[in-house]
Design a protein around this ligand. Sequence first.
Ligand code: HAM
Length: 422
Amino acid sequence: MSKIQTLRGMNDIHPKQVKEWSYVEEVIKSVVESYGYEEIRFPVVEKTELYTRSNEAADIVTKEMYTFSDKSGESISLRPEGTAGCVRAAIDNDLLRTDKPRLWYSGPMFRYERPQKGRSRQFHQFSAEVFGLSSPEIDAELIMISARLWKKLGIFEGLRLEINNLGDEQTRKSYSKALVDFLTKFSKELDEEAIRKLTENPLRILDSKSPAIQEILKGAPLIEDFTNQDSKNYQANLLEILDEMGIGYKVNPRLVRGLDYYNQTVFEWKTDLLGSQDTLLGGGRYDDLVEELGGKPCPAIGFSIGLERLILLLNQEDKIKLETNLDIYFICFSESTAQEAIICAEKLKDKIPSLSIKTNLGLESASSQFKKADKSGAKIALLIGEEELKDKKITFKDLRSNSDQETLTFEDLVEKINKIKN
Ligand code: HAM
């Protein structure tokens, strides 16, 4: 144990895990870029008001945000999610005036929640956001991207897509009122959390995990009774495309999502295989947010994938197969052979720039180094011992075949490796 440990809920990602993360991030990136999405980067820390304006009553803002004063006394916050920052960056960089950008970003988010399996205080999202498009085809595209992603990553079991339509502002207002009227009749049976939400954000009571509240909700009004015909048509068009593409879904009239900015379509991909933190991806439409944050009115929609949860699931199901990219493991035994080995490795890279070479400089025994060479996944082991040093040669061993080792001059070695590489 080090003297100073990480903060609770903030985790290191060690080298083997980084390989898994890079693999997953690469797959997601390749899928979203194959649909024409472009990467955007924006700060991890922003003015607190960016999040309070976009998510006034959401739990992540009222209870979970890491908020500090900087040295000038300004209130700043670590980003609890990326959509608000992405919108701000799109406005400030004038990306919305002439184009309808489809963007992606990836990185850490921070929420002061109670850590548990699949939930941490620093976690990572991979997100896509689309601006300027207001028809259900783009909602369908985002869902199709995610379905393709699961396929590419090899996740087929235990997944379900839930969809809902939250209508427009008027729908949400009248529905909230109806829900409050209904729940007020049960106020004696509601817990403290539900009573707080009743005044702050009544829709959030719908995804309460309490069985007693879920029982009460069975008789509650449904949002679909409050959405107008336009919203119903919108939802029907979206579902038609998903049907056509063979993407299964369940319309869940109680799906509301934790953030305040949503309207119309909201959706989540959940898994049966992870326990209570089961949402892998969440997203939806937020057509009013650009204007709320100072831009010209601009429809928008997006999703975020929780990378910790996705990687947890992939590891649990043994779906991550990493290929090593190391070509050569270089073995040497003493200070003088180490010096020769590191120089030889560098000269090899000059001759064949695509080579990846790891040189063991730990002066360990031959058997320990051969074991490490084998475990490293390298195709070739090279060795310089005292004999080789004297003869100005290098011993070559093909680690993936039973052929005998050979001792070669540098020029012959280059020729041999070139043949193997091509
Ligand atoms: P969200 O539902 O708050 O949405 O988060 C999206 C995903 O991030 C969740 O489904 C989950 O996988 C992961 N996640 C959230 N909190 C944690 C945590 N504490 N630990 C681990 N994973 C977590 C958003 O953030 C929206 N910005 C999504 C969006 C983009 N909507 C439109 N565009």
